[in-house]
Design a protein around this ligand. Structure first.
Ligand code: COA
Length: 499
């Protein structure tokens, strides 16, 4: 779909419907991100990118949706170029620039120019991507605030080499930043810091972003990188990974001859440091991919890599607010005949039977337990989003609903399935016949016989599931199933560009 400013400009009804569906589904993310604080790192490479105006527009959009934004920018390639033009040495030691007294003025001018460029772009208020001026969540004009929010100190002499005006973050004025954010400003901070003696220091933008995120207890640190995110050995984007796996990736990229992979490595290290110091979610998102930031934050599939030490997902009872998300999860399975169709109204009335797994604000799995009598219950509508299958989520839902059933005094559970009989058999069910089930089950609104394809599996009084229930309160064998947090596993989101 090309860029459009109005849904009515979309010729293909399928595209228009997809847009409407996405817009509806985005509500959960908008709610999840509102009032949260994100620190976004814009490297000099990202500023030089041809997508910069769209990126700025997407950042403005985030702000107008109620996200508090701190932008940290660097200017590495711009400084390299300016130094070459001015015949100043581009000297590095251990990957850190040596900022000589002769070069600091030029460097400060280059960084200042990049800040001004960003200020101007934000001040434009409109972009190619949006016709109307963007405003804050309170409908006020967007204001960008710059200030001396970072106090710096010199790196000093290392390995006998004086780094002169290359410095480190000494302190972040967290309260001052928070105040500006609360007032509705976007805070812009460059990679320059000032010492208590008034000297200017060249810092790495990665360190500045990381330290600000830690100091202001940001909800997310988002780094915009040249790649789509972190990839595995086959080049496939890894949607989410643990700090340990991210560390291994950073080490791998650090030894690459490709400069852009070194940039990625530095960004990952900044994310890891933030992760280790209380910033629970850090993201690496490609700045070269149009809309990747929006897709990472507002779609279930995401578009980059998320690093988190948290158990990322949450298994919980469904609420009425989950109905739309459950419907969008099960619709494709209803359409291909895997699940029986449910109307929105039916789902709304039955929502208390459902449990869901939520990940980063998105519903990625659901299942329901229907009590058909005091002693019998049906497990139904179990669905795991295709990107998250084989991660143990189905097993966790089944285990959770089985525990609920036991709590209700249920003695037998059955499931009617045409396609997943073996999966249930693997989980202690035994294949049965329709005749094994009481007559009233067939009257169930959820049960539509599908002819010869139908396979009925039902737990048997002599089989494990029932035994578990009889062992009043004893831990069932299945509860030994490991809760598989997604840490360390590729979340299986598609290779697009995420969270
Ligand atoms: C069936 C389903 C619920 C399983 O959930 P899941 O979270 O992907 O499964 P788990 O991670 O707990 O288990 C993975 C194992 O089950 C196996 N498996 C997955 N789907 C299977 C199926 N339909 N039949 C048999 N085995 C299956 C996998 O191969 C894997 O086996 P392995 O560990 O030996 O490699 C999920 O694939 C799904 O949503 N399918 C589409 C909807 C559906 O069929 N629902 C059942 C209708 S009642």
């Amino acid at each position: 779909m090309s860029t459009v400013n109005d849904i009515n400009e979309i010729d293909d009804p399928a595209d228009a419907n997809a847009l409407v569906d996405w817009f509806r589904a985005s509500t959960q993310y908008i709610n999840a991100h509102r009032g949260k604080t994100f620190v976004v790192l814009l490297s000099g490479e990202a500023i030089a990118s041809t997508h910069l105006d769209k990126l700025i527009s997407d950042l403005c959009l985030l702000q107008s949706l109620g996200v508090k934004l701190v932008l940290v920018h660097g200017a590495r390639p711009q400084i390299d170029t300016a130094f070459s033009v001015a015949n100043l040495a581009n000297d590095y030691h251990r990957g850190i620039r040596i900022t000589s007294p002769e070069s600091i003025e030029t460097l400060a001018a280059v960084v200042g120019a990049e800040s001004i460029k960003l200020e101007a772009l934000f001040s434009a208020g409109t972009s190619t991507a949006s016709a109307a001026p963007l405003t804050t969540a309170r409908n006020e004009a967007l204001v960008l605030t710059r200030g001396n929010f970072v106090t710096a100190m010199p790196i000093g002499v290392r390995d006998g080499i004086d780094f002169h005006h290359t410095g480190r973050v000494r302190r972040v004025k967290a309260e001052a930043i928070a105040k500006r954010l609360d007032e509705g400003s976007i805070v812009l901070q460059s990679n320059l810091g000032y010492s208590l003696t008034g000297e200017v220091f060249n810092l790495t933008a990665e360190e500045v972003a990381c330290q600000i995120a830690i100091a202001i207890k940001a909800d997310k640190l988002i780094t915009l990188v040249p790649q789509e995110g972190i990839s595995d050995a086959q080049g496939k984007l890894i949607a989410s990974l643990s700090p340990a796996d991210a560390k291994a990736a950073a080490e791998r990229y650090a030894t690459s001859n490709d400069e852009s992979e070194k940039v990625l490595s530095t960004a990952i290290e900044a994310c890891l440091k933030a992760n280790a110091n209380g910033v629970h979610r850090t993201h690496l998102i490609g700045y070269q991919s149009n809309g990747a930031l929006i897709r990472e934050l507002f779609t279930r599939e995401g578009a980059g890599s998320l690093i988190s030490a948290d158990s990322l997902d949450d298994l919980r009872p469904a609420t009425i607010d989950d109905v739309a998300a459950i419907l969008s999860l099960i619709r494709p399975l209803e359409e291909d005949g895997t699940l029986v169709e449910r109307s929105r109204e039916l789902l709304e009335t039955e929502i208390d039977n459902f449990k869901v797994i939520e990940l980063e604000g998105a519903i990625i799995a659901c299942a329901a337990l229907y009590r058909t009598s005091d002693e019998l219950a049906e497990i139904a509508c179990i669905a795991i989003h295709p990107n998250y299958r084989n991660l143990g989520m189905g097993a966790r839902l089944l285990q959770s609903l089985s525990a609920d059933a036991r709590g209700f005094g249920i003695k037998r559970i059955f499931v009617l399935t045409t396609v997943a009989a073996h999966w249930f058999i693997d989980h202690g069910f035994k294949e049965g016949a329709l005749a094994d089930l009481p007559f009233h089950v067939f009257k169930s609104e959820n049960f539509v016989p599908t002819g010869e394809k139908l396979v009925v599996t039902a737990s048997d009084p002599d089989r494990r599931i029932v035994k578990e229930f009889n062992a009043a309160g004893a831990a069932d064998e299945r509860s030994a199933l490991p809760h598989q947090p997604l840490e360390g596993l590729a979340r299986g989101r598609p290779v697009l560009p995420p969270s």
